[in-house]
Structures are given as C-alpha cells and as structure tokens.
Design a protein around this ligand. Sequence first.
Ligand SMILES: Cc1cc2nc3c(=O)[nH]c(=O)nc-3n(C[C@H](O)[C@H](O)[C@H](O)COP(=O)(O)OP(=O)(O)OC[C@H]3O[C@@H](n4cnc5c(N)ncnc54)[C@H](O)[C@@H]3O)c2cc1C
Length: 424
Amino acid sequence: MSSKANFPAPAAGDEVLVVGAGVIGLSAALRLLRDGRSVRVIDRSGPGAGASHGNCGTITPSHAPPLALPGTPWRALKWMLKSDAPLYVKPRFDPALAAWMHRFLRRCNARDAAEATRQRAAILADARQRLEALIDDERLDCQFRASGSWYVFRDAAEFEHEQQLAVPLRELGIESRLIDPGDALRLEPSLREGIVGVIEFPGDAQLRPDRLVAELARRVTELGGVIESSADLRRVDASRQGVSVETSAGVRRADWLLLATGAWSPALLRPLGIKLPMQPGKGYSITWSRPELAPQRPLVLAEASVCVTSWEDGFRLGSTMEFSGFDTTLNRVRLDALKRGAADYLHQPTGGELREEWYGWRPMMADDLPVIGALPKHPRVLFAGGHGMLGVSMSATTAQLVADHIAAREPCMEASAFSPARFA
Ligand SMILES: Cc1cc2nc3c(=O)[nH]c(=O)nc-3n(C[C@H](O)[C@H](O)[C@H](O)COP(=O)(O)OP(=O)(O)OC[C@H]3O[C@@H](n4cnc5c(N)ncnc54)[C@H](O)[C@@H]3O)c2cc1C
C-alpha cells in the first residue's frame, strides 16, 4: 500500500474525489477529512443508495471464515436445486459469472480457506475496535451495541460443523463459547424449543446501518466535505499528477480519486487495467416495528441462514445470496423464505408494522478478500470495495488504509493481500 515509490507525496489539503456514498466511500471521506484534506463525494443516486442501506447491521469478526470452504461445493449444489434455499444461481449464459464460479470453486480447499480466514480475521478484528472508537469519537447516533452475537442451531451435524470452524478462530483471537439449549432458552426467551445449541461470539456487535450511513454523511458535511448526489461517473482520466473524471453532472478534477462503487465496480475498473472478479450477490431484508419478544442480541439462524437484528425502533430479518446479475425484482419466494426460516426458531418471527422490504447487491469477490489500495497503472487512483458480506464490519479499517496511503504513512495493518495488483 505504500505510495512512496513513484511520485512525490502530495501536500496536505489536496482534494480527494470519492465516488460512491456507501459505507465504504463515506467512511473513507470522513477519515480523509480528519487528515485535513478537502473531500468531495459523488454518487449517482445519493448516500446509502446501495448495499449499505438495508443490510443486517452486524459487526462480525465471527464471519472470518470465507464462503469458499472445502465443503461449500456440495452444500451449494444441494441448495441450488431449491428456489427458496439460502443460495440461488439463476441459470443463464454469463461468461463472467462462469469465470467467477471457476475461480471461487478452485479456492474451496483447506489451505486457501485457512489463509483467507487469517486475512479476514486480521482486518475484521482491527475494524471492530476502530469502528467502535469512530462511533464514539464522532458521536454517530446509529444504535451501536457491543452485543455479541449468537449462532443458533437446530441440527446436531450443523452445530458440530460450525464448532470446528470456531476452533481456528479462537487461535486468531476471536473468542466464542458454547451455550446449551436450556441456558439458551432461559437467556433468550425469543427462541423456540428444538434448538440443539448456540455458539456465542462475544466480540461481535450491531448497529442500525441506514443510521450509520446518514450519520457518516452528516459528519462529512459538517467537517467541510461536499456530497454531490445524481452524479454518475462515466469515465476516468488519470495521470501521475491528478485525475479528471467525467460524470453526468459535469467534469470533476482531483489530486486523488477513490472508487468505492460497490457491486458496480468491475465495469469502471476494466479501462483502468484491473479485471475484478466480482459478482453482485443479491440479498434481501424485511424490516418491521419491534415485536414484544424481540431477540436481545443479533442471531444467526444457522440452518436457515437467516440473520435477525433488533434495534430500539425496529426488527429485521435478512440474508440469502442470489447470483442473478443486477436483477431488480423483489423476489417474493426469497422474501418468504426469510420468514419461514425464522419461524422455526423464533416465537415471534415477524414484527408488528411492516416498514420495508429491500434488496441490495453485495460486492462478492471470488477470493473472499476485500480490495483496497492504489491501482498499479494509475497510482493516483485508489479502489476500496469487494467486502462481500462484511462491508460494514470492515469499513473503519478500509478507510484508515485509504487515508494512510494518501498520507504516505505506514499502513495501520499489513494489507498486501488486499492489493488491487492481484487482478492487474
Ligand atoms: C442482505 C444483506 C445483509 C448484509 N448484512 C451485513 C452485515 O450484517 N454486516 C456487514 O458488515 N455487511 C453486511 N452486508 C454487506 C454490506 O452491506 C456491503 O458489504 C456494504 O454495504 C458495501 O458497501 P459499499 O460502500 O462498498 O457499497 P454500496 O453500499 O453498494 O455503495 C456503492 C455506491 O456507489 C454508487 N455508485 C456505483 N456506481 C457509480 C457510478 N458509476 N457513479 C456514481 N456512483 C456510483 C452507488 O450508487 C452506491 O451508493 C449485507 C449485505 C446484504 C445485501
């Protein structure tokens, strides 16, 4: 990530243009403003238009194991035969998806999985502390709670499998403990009989993601940053001195450009010499007013692959992973699958008043690692994205790495595994 090699370090106060006002772009903008830079954020819609709005809002070092595990291909094959399963691949001719799948399946082995777990655990652990400090320092009103999380099981084999995954996590500093069914039902009255056990991850946390985005945007503006909505990035011209971009709202120039464009990034990066193996991984959520028996901490309903988050003013079921390109339909079968899945575990699987049915596209990398850093052929252009299911969880450290690079500081953590150079 060091920028010292090829060109002089820019003076403080240089302008940074951030494209993408999701949790990644806004976190980076705020961190850069704190470094004294002038920052403009543009988005083709507005803050929180993408995946950062309706996600589950869990901060989960516990999710360090990647999707690409040795058993994943068999599990995926079983799921793909059911239209309401947690994973769905829409059958179609799509060479980019086929190449992504090929790359992903090649990584479903013990060695790659262990290495990805190590890299993901490192950034997740750093980001967990950094995010809490950021929320505190900037007084971001986003209902953050250091709640821990529970992974709840109804199937003994699944419980056993997940316990195996928790062992290497403990060695990486991610603590967990087992809770037997009796204690679980006593401590969490929202749960129904029939569970076989719980794994608790006390280091996890939760927040309200739409509030986080709104609060980041508020602080960016208060600190003098500019947020411009309805500006669609069309073309980038980059030199060693700076960057000029063409948008639907006119040309914008800057000393540095940060692309934080979520699942839409591959087409923007291709002309800049990066072939990003990223697919939009569509997920859904349903939000209600809070039911009386709302869970006291975020729950992962393991076999159903449903995440449950309750806030002071709401209750959300979310998840599912659908590879259907940028399909914009709100698939009723998949929304209903969230409710059906939750009904097996919870006395009150839905809330009172329906507030929102939502989908978003996760930026899914074939190697399960985020992409953070400068582009090899365009050292004034940085990319930060590809966080898949963990963009909120990894946001604070991503922002710090971006700011460290632009300031030519030592990076806050060893981050060479996240470099865009791996796709140049
Ligand atoms: C159902 C679901 C549940 C999830 N739960 C969690 C969770 O509990 N915890 C967690 O950590 N993560 C979770 N995630 C993942 C998380 O939401 C994403 O990783 C994260 O939001 C990605 O942030 P981003 O800023 O990279 O992208 P986005 O939020 O998608 O933002 C990208 C922005 O770029 C803009 N943009 C794109 N192209 C252009 C262009 N050409 N010009 C201008 N603007 C452009 C878009 O309008 C958008 O606003 C979940 C995701 C889903 C779908």
